[in-house]
Ligand binder design. Sequence first.
Ligand code: C5P
Length: 324
Amino acid sequence: MTKSPQHPASRSDSGKGPAHIRLSAPAKINLYLEVLGHREDGFHELITVLQTIDLADVIELRVREREPAIPVGRADVCFELTGDSSAVTAVVEGEDQAAGRVPDGPENLAVRAAVAWLHAAGKQDEVGIDLRLQKNIPAGAGLGGGSSDAATVLRGLDQLLGHSEGPALAPLAAELGSDVAFFLVGGTALCTGRGENVIPLAEPDPFDLVLGFPDFTIPTPAVYAALNAPALTRAASPPRELQKAWANRLAGATPSDLEQFFRNDLEDPACSVRSELVDLLAPLDAHLSGSGSTLFLYGSDTPTTRPACRRALMRFARHRSRKR
Ligand code: C5P
């Protein structure tokens, strides 16, 4: 796994090794998302191409002595959540509330990742961890923020405490969520299965995009349920063939090429969960990221003058794809 060069770990006072690390946890968009069918385990079999972008949360990890009062066998992870209030608590109503709120306790995926890593490494009784998450990526938005936080915690603990001999990260990531394994790699990648089989792809040149954040969130399970997909009957093409096809498509791809390849089978079901999306996607020629609610457009032309945007009270932000 590659280490992020721009976020070095600081040394501990004792000089024994790094005790603190600060890492950026990027968001993603889906350049392509095809649902092959509904699986017996309740998940959906996918072919998706994911791309990290420059919108990111920040994860800080500090290794310290374990609190003696914590019972043996229980991991000691102290969690602090900070950040943009629009990312921490989305403006949502009614039953969508849970989807838009970032958990500030042990149920947060970043904390679960830290606990899972400590147990897998057998270090739950050896050290305590301070975990600070600065949330900039909106939740319930199809940008993979929670999954990226979890993957970044796994990478961070591996760098601080694993010293290349820690537990394998991919199985831990797959346990935590379908997109988590992608964020261990980042950049541009083809993901199959329920999303956890990750094949890194050669990356297109960095490109601009505009994200549009409607004032509602969409829970992913509701979108998959609305898809009403048939049972999985056909297998995906062998990974090697898919990889070759996507490598050809992406080599030298311009944003207008990416536009041509775009597909998202979750757009229609997301529109049936939140009908307001219909009036946003089509008039803007925008795409939905994953299960939404974030929209994106290739290029840097912020379409705030178009009537649909004025009606929707959407917030727009310019971003750029981010390489591995
Ligand atoms: O794996 P993750 O926790 O991110 O998935 C959230 C929900 O999205 C799942 O509980 C499931 O309802 C749905 N999902 C799915 N098929 C996938 C990925 C997610 O049905 N491949």
